[in-house]
Design a protein around this ligand. Sequence first.
Ligand code: NDP
Length: 295
Amino acid sequence: MELIDGKAIAQKINAETKAVVAELKARGRVPGLAVVLVGEDPASRAYVRSKDKMCQELGMHSVKYELPATTSQQDLIARVRQLNADPAIHGILVQSPPPAHIDERAVIESIDPAKDVDGFHPVNVAKLALGDSDGFVPCTPLGCQRLLIESGIETAGAHVVVLGRSMIVGKPMALLLMQKGRGGDATVTVAHSRTRNLAEVCRSADILIAAIGRPHFVRKDFVKDGAVVIDVGINRVDDPGSPKGSRLVGDVHFDEVAPKCRAITPVPGGVGPMTIAMLMANTVESCRRSASRGA
Ligand code: NDP
């Protein structure tokens, strides 16, 4: 069994990104990312901090706006529009989930698609569905695909089961894998909460990608011998034995499943670091595109 080291692969990608940042800087361009957070959610705050820190490590320009939970939708959209017009900013993301009074879809639609480095704007979703490579692809599925490529796992002709159909992970993951070309050409099945005989469907996968947000849901009877398992899940569970009283686990029951696998990602240290690496790569790509447009 091979452990797919997402941390090491993300470090390699970050080193490549850092080199592109240096090249762009030499031409007078500094890639800039703006992260907007509304509210006090501690997990969201931690994500925003780590994105900011990574920007600094890679030599990028980074701004973060931590707005109060009472911020109106109108004010939030006004902030996004300011960032759309700011030439120092190439990537904008509004940290999810926003407070209940904010319509997340309307906020996403207010982001300039050329700066939507999360790939959630309908224009970018459509480009992914069309196979048009000048859009942006959501960072988590892009990171999963890159993990497979970097680990030498062939997707062409493979049967991939994607467990979960969210717009953030499952659906774009399926679209990426069914595209023609490297890291694609797979036969894709998307499974979800209404799928019949779920364990059996998952067991037919050469590559199983779990993104459902249910701790340890995927047990050994979901996985065929020699399969590759990518665990996207990040779930906090109680752990009285740990200093924090809790720990992070994936959607896959790692100890049970790992011995059956050809390769598997751990949680933490698998998909997580890749998501942020792809966000940085998308932002730098956005800057490169704006430079070539002469913008
Ligand atoms: P959502 O809650 O948006 O979607 C979950 C999906 O899983 C839905 O399609 C749902 O089906 C399906 N599902 C839920 N329960 C079951 C079940 N019992 N059997 C079959 N299908 C089920 O979650 P996300 O896609 O946003 O996130 C999924 C997981 O990935 C979470 O743990 C999240 O924390 C993690 N994540 C990790 C990231 C990373 O960087 N590593 C980034 C983003 C997410 P239905 O549509 O039928 O309701």
